[in-house]
Design a protein around this ligand. Structure first.
Ligand code: DAT
Ligand code: MG
Length: 150
């Protein structure tokens, strides 16, 4: 099923110069970027994005980390894009993430795990709407699309 998902390269991905490496993996998989924005997240937006974790012991540290520098926020479209992105990302704790995944290959610790991806259709919709206006999201096809999906 063709789906859209919200993806964010967190401040450590930007600071470590890994944007190209990670974007390259998502592009090579065959997903299509519909929107990309480089931004610094205001505290209120970070708290809203991670509202489900409010009150947990790591919440304040998480917000501090997410607002500590610029991030790259994106909408990607593709076949089963939500689950596919989660599989490419690997487990939340990079120590448990399989080699071959972004977190497994490139990260060490849960609190510095490089990337966010929506965990289901509802969160994808909510997160896309939280970070993007409709007019920022492009509908387009790549000429290479038929080489991924017949
Ligand atoms: P994911 O990012 O894989 O969807 P999540 O939604 O459970 O994981 O948590 C969101 C983020 O919060 C996660 O990427 C890093 C941080 N986090 C989660 N559990 C944590 C923990 N036990 N200690 C520190 N940070 C944690
Ligand atoms: Mg999550």
């Amino acid at each position: 099923m063709m789906e859209r998902t919200f993806v964010m390269l967190k401040p450590d991905a930007v600071q470590r110069g890994l944007m190209g490496e990670i974007l390259g993996r998502i592009e090579a998989k065959g997903h299509r970027p519909l929107a990309i924005k480089f931004m610094r997240i205001p505290k209120e937006l970070a708290e809203c994005h991670y509202a489900e974790h409010k009150g947990k012991p790591f919440f304040n540290g998480l917000i501090e980390y997410m607002t500590s520098g610029p991030v790259l926020v994106m909408v990607w479209e593709g076949e089963n894009a939500i689950a596919s992105m989660r599989a490419m990302m690997g487990a939340t704790n990079p120590q448990n993430a399989a080699m071959g995944t972004i977190r497994g290959d490139l990260a060490q610790q849960t609190g510095r795990n490089l990337i966010h991806g929506s965990d289901g259709p509802e969160s994808a919709k909510r997160e896309i709407e939280l970070f993007f206006n409709d007019y920022e999201i492009l509908s387009w096809k790549r000429t290479s699309d038929p080489w991924f999906l017949e």
